[in-house]
Design a protein around this ligand. Structure first.
Ligand code: CAA
Ligand code: NDP
Length: 291
């Protein structure tokens, strides 16, 4: 099926990046959120990131302006029901995602493919609560979306081949690379990455190192572009904890036990960059470690 329009639900850090790359690739984008502020911030951030791409000579001004013109925002979920492909990118909480799919299903066009950008939650379970499990997939972008090359494509138990091929075609049209993952908790990237981040938090919790020494060790000692605590702040500590809980519950193995210190940061509302405080405090000129 040819996909021309894309509906994105959730205008947070992933939703804005998804809208950005889709519009740049020529898709008509409708971006939805429950918060007008989130929609306004997303549009401002997309403009800023496109401007930066222009100033670095990556894209032409005309391409930037055409991309911006292709993005419409809406607070009404019904407005995205007629698009060819819906990508849900709201908060990583299963009940939030179920509610979104339940609300959108009655208005959906017959041909619309439903997908979720979830980092960890069962695609089969999300699909089973819709009217179209065969047209449902995991469409998992990496953060920051405009920069990262990979998209994980996750088939639920009922996903049909046409749906997979259509999604694969979209990934290729973005100039990105798809990796196929089976539908088990946290798929491939987060099954490997998140236990490492959780272990870094345990390393901090047990006093083996402090925030600086842990991040510096992994940057200079393992050539990671960001230290694991800096990366956790970048992803969002609420999202990291949610993924660890899905791994812990879904695989029933104590090796996935979320670190109590990670839980404490989330309970404090210190969610990382998006709330200006996490393992680092971002309120000043340069980030300052909080431990
Ligand atoms: C949780 C999940 O479910 C799955 C996940 O996403 S896991 C997280 C996966 N992501 C990572 O691991 C990211 C690790 N970090 C990195 O790769 C790098 O630090 C980084 C690409 C984010 C920044 O790289 P850097 O060299 O420090 O910074 P910088 O030189 O400023 O930026 C590199 C490029 O990224 C762009 N960029 C950086 N941050 C950006 C952002 N938030 N949005 C858009 N573009 C961004 C810059 O514009 C620049 O683009 P050009 O090369 O076109 O000029
Ligand atoms: N952060 C990351 O590095 C990555 C995250 N993901 C996944 O992407 C999804 C989004 O994550 P991320 O962008 O980081 O999260 P954010 O917290 O940045 O954004 C989530 C957005 O969804 C909004 N939202 C919440 N409920 C609804 C709803 N019912 N309808 C519409 N919008 C809603 C939130 O609004 P409000 O703030 O008002 O609640 C917020 O604007 C998650 O499933 C996450 O696991 C995937 C890859 C990487």
């Amino acid at each position: 099926m040819e996909i021309k329009s894309v509906g994105v639900v959730g205008a947070g850090q992933m939703g804005n990046g998804i809208a950005h790359v889709m519009a740049l690739a020529g898709y008509d984008v409708r971006l939805n959120d429950i918060s007008k502020d989130a929609l306004d911030s997303a549009v401002a951030l997309i403009q800023k990131n496109l401007d930066r791409q222009v100033s670095r000579g990556k894209i032409e001004e005309g391409a930037r302006d055409a991309a911006m013109a292709r993005i419409q925002t809406t607070l009404d979920l019904g407005d995205i029901a007629g698009t060819d492909l819906v990508i849900e990118a709201a908060t990583e909480r299963e009940e939030v995602k179920h509610k979104i799919f339940e609300a959108i299903v009655p208005n959906l066009a017959d041909h619309t493919i439903l997908t979720s950008n979830t980092s960890s939650i069962s695609i089969t379970r999300l699909a089973s609560r819709t009217d179209r499990p065969e047209k449902f997939m995991g469409f998992h972008f990496m953060n920051p979306v405009p920069v990262m090359q990979l998209v994980e494509l996750i088939r639920g138990i009922a996903t049909d081949q046409d749906t997979y091929q259509s999604c694969l075609g979209v990934v290729e049209s973005l100039g990105k690379t798809a990796a196929s993952a089976e539908d088990f908790p946290a798929f491939i990237v987060n099954r490997i990455l998140m236990p490492m981040i959780n272990e870094a938090v345990y390393t901090l919790y047990e006093g083996v190192g402090n925030v600086n020494s842990i991040d510096q060790s992994m940057k200079l000692g393992a050539n990671h572009p960001m230290g694991p605590l800096e990366l956790a702040d970048f992803i969002g500590l609420d999202t990291c904890l949610a993924i660890m809980n899905v791994l812990h519950d879904g695989l029933a193995d104590t090796k996935y036990r979320p670190c109590p210190l990670l839980t404490k940061y989330v309970e404090a509302g210190w969610l990382g960059r998006k709330t200006q405080r996490g393992f680092y405090d971002y309120r000043g000129e340069t980030p300052v470690p909080t431990r």
